[in-house]
Design a protein around this ligand. Sequence first.
Ligand SMILES: Nc1ccn([C@@H]2O[C@H](COP(=O)(O)OP(=O)(O)OP(=O)(O)O)[C@@H](O)[C@H]2O)c(=O)n1
Ligand SMILES: O=P([O-])([O-])O[C@@H]1[C@@H](O)[C@H](O)[C@@H](O)[C@H](O)[C@@H]1O
Length: 384
Amino acid sequence: MTRGNGEPAPDTTRWSDPTGPVVAVVVLTAEPPPAHRSVEATRIGGRPLLDRTVRVLHAAGVRRVLVAAGRRSPDLVAGLVARHAPPAEPCPPPAALPPGRYLLVGAGAIFDAETVRDLAERTGVRCTDTTLAVADAGTAREVLAADAPDAALDAVAGLALRPAAGFATTLAGDRDVRRVHRALWHRYGSKPSDGLVCRYLNRPLSRPVTLLLARTGVWPDLLSGLSFAVAVAGAAVIGFGGHWWTMLLGGVLVQAGNALDGVDGEVARIGLRTSRRGALLDTILDRYADLAIIAGLVLAAGGRPVDWAFGFAAAAGSLLVSYLNVLVPDAPRRLLRRDVRLLLCAVAAAVSAPLAGLAALAVLVNADAARVFGMVLRRAPGTR
Ligand SMILES: Nc1ccn([C@@H]2O[C@H](COP(=O)(O)OP(=O)(O)OP(=O)(O)O)[C@@H](O)[C@H]2O)c(=O)n1
Ligand SMILES: O=P([O-])([O-])O[C@@H]1[C@@H](O)[C@H](O)[C@@H](O)[C@H](O)[C@@H]1O
């Protein structure tokens, strides 16, 4: 998994140490108190926690994942492991664990692959934050044979994680799910590439929606469609409304679509559901919505040739800026990303100044495209 964006990294690094490959053992908690859900029945990002744990361990390069349930029913483990796409197996009886190094993982541990890799680099180091511990077979046997293996694991975990070591926390019970989702949002909600409008306006607006939806396991592609629908509804209200208040409403809808544009990615990253197909769908729908909003402003301005001329320039420049963002991802100060462009359109609609908005957008996006093109031309030959 890559820091910051939550996407699984290609499974190229296999985690091993000089004594051989490390086997991870997920240690299920003791029987939960009556009226409480067991940790393994909890869903994080809409995905069963155990399923998430197994996926992250595999993404980190751990070859074998065993699930141990202490004195609880072996059928429970058999049922839990049977469902896993990245495979997990029931743990053999503690006495039968062969020599080697074991990564002991508390069932309530929520972490990313980077945390596991960091632990791997520092083999022998334990961490309390996530009840993850690297142990030899003797310690692993003792933990698994204990009456309450989760408490025994807590006792062997000793040192705290370094802050740079990836995401790690522990679900302290079934009432703790909200805190964990908030922590996951802080880790994976925003992206390093976020612009100012995205960071300080859109993400704070999308955060509560994401926290509400992430737990449901809703399909991120559906959320891409929702943000598209809201933006296009805004475009239609702007284009066909004909009153100052419809312009205001249209502006609000466009900005709502702008903020909702982040929800699909946030939900996908929190639930480990990012996909290339989703990223492509998001981009394609955004381009159609951008064009619809510009067409709405052209109609609102009166649809004269001058309105269409500025609309055409704004549309071409907007598409060009998005395209150049992909072609020249290292261009500094990407000021006119979609978050800024849509805010400009939303404000122009809200104050009933569609032509001024189109003209400003046309000048700004084309100037920005020219800036990036000029930057590439000035680069040394061979580095373009
Ligand atoms: N249906 C979707 C929508 C998004 N994503 C993921 O989320 C990312 C977009 O995240 P988001 O927070 O929406 O960022 P944006 O503001 O849309 O901008 P950008 O992709 O340029 O960072 C995509 O690249 C993709 O990895 C996804 O998997 N499935
Ligand atoms: O900001 P920009 O580069 O023009 O356009 C962006 C796309 O390239 C990106 O794929 C998508 O996820 C963003 O929501 C935004 O639409």
